[in-house]
Design a protein around this ligand. Structure first.
Ligand code: FDA
Length: 311
């Protein structure tokens, strides 16, 4: 119930306008978001790289409704790729297609994402197309398999699959067949039971099954989870099957399980941290809250402390 409520709130722009300038919300955001500017993101990147961690930068923003907004987001990504290169940083970028205009103009969306991947290719870099709610799964995969992958190749563009979707076992085989680079995650959106497993144990079992297929047959999969049991399983499975540590990477979110990120790195695994930044942090933050309602304690604690100070 709480998860569903938080995910519903994540889609309410009016609430965002309300919390945008709220001190507690901004402090909470600072834990999961590397600031509102590109400079703050590049600074976070430097710290991560210094600790031996790779990164993927995500300019926050989704579901834009006007062509100018989509073009502006595209230009910000082009600038971001130039800055990553200028800084000599170990980072690529993650992009949401609704930020590129998928909701209102698929041709514009394609043109925008193509220019970003083209710039990434010129810099020897990589673009990950994030996966959004199931309303976009089919279109995202179609644009990826029919247009982006054949044009730019698997070293410059990859996609995301979500283990909570019932279709994902099949999509995993398709991506393996195409030699595509896949990030596997559990999935962060509110979905009906017809399309997504409602029970966590089924989502986890699906993750493990897809993970094993990707480790054995896939091309450099990204294992995107903070779930220690699954990570332990992935390590043991890779070892048992003679899969070297440089044939896959673990991926985690900025500010989540930093202890685990550094421990994996210390053990010789590749770890990439997903670093979101920008002013549109509200939906992202609400999805993080929904994943771990215990984070609410942080917010409530701060509100209480503030109100005690005021009285
Ligand atoms: P699970 O939710 O079962 O959590 C396992 C443990 O991790 C928890 O017990 C807790 O210890 C810790 N944890 C998890 N979330 C936390 C949080 N917010 N705060 C504190 N601790 C937390 N989703 C999507 O739909 N499309 C996408 O493109 C992506 N991309 C993506 C990239 C990367 C690098 C990651 C790590 C994740 C995504 N996701 C995503 C989000 C993903 O689908 C999922 O919602 C979160 O990763 C949480 O799920 P876990 O796999 O961590 O497991």
């Amino acid at each position: 119930m709480l998860r569903a409520g938080l995910l519903w709130l994540s889609e309410q722009p009016r609430v965002f306008r309300f919390v945008r300038h709220n001190g507690v919300a901004r402090r909470f955001a600072a834990r999961f978001v590397a600031g509102e500017t590109v400079e703050s993101a590049v600074a976070a990147l430097r710290d991560l790289n210094a600790a031996g961690l790779s990164a993927t930068l995500d300019l926050l923003g989704e579901s834009v409704s006007r062509p100018e907004e989509a073009r502006q987001a595209r230009d910000s990504y082009l600038d971001l790729l130039d800055r990553i290169r200028a800084a000599g940083a170990d980072a690529n970028v993650s992009v949401k297609l609704t930020q590129m205009g998928l909701d209102f103009d698929e041709a514009l969306c394609l043109a925008n994402i193509e220019s970003i991947v083209d710039r990434a290719r010129a810099h020897g870099s990589f673009v990950r197309v994030d996966m959004e709610s199931s309303a976009y799964t089919e279109r995202t995969l179609r644009l990826f398999t029919d247009r982006l992958l054949p044009t730019f190749g698997r070293d410059h563009v990859g996609v995301v699959l979500q283990s909570y979707l019932r279709r994902t076992a099949g999509d995993t085989e398709t991506m393996i067949g195409l030699g595509a680079r896949v990030r596997l995650c559990k999935g962060a959106y509110q979905e009906p039971a017809e399309v997504a497993f409602p029970e966590k144990r089924d989502v986890d079992a699906s993750f493990v099954a897809c993970l094993e297929r990707l480790l054995i047959k896939g091309h450099y999969p990204g294992i995107a989870t903070h779930d220690e049991a699954i990570i332990t399983h992935a390590r043991a499975f890779a070892q048992r099957n003679g899969i070297a540590r440089d044939r896959f990477e673990f991926q985690m979110l900025y500010g989540v399980r930093r202890d685990l990120q550094t421990a994996l790195r210390r053990d010789g695994y590749r770890v990439r941290v997903y670093v979101p930044f920008g002013t549109h942090w509200y939906p992202y933050l609400m999805r993080r809250l929904a994943e771990r309602p215990a984070n609410m304690a942080f917010i409530v604690g701060n509100i209480l402390r503030e109100s005690v100070r005021r009285t």
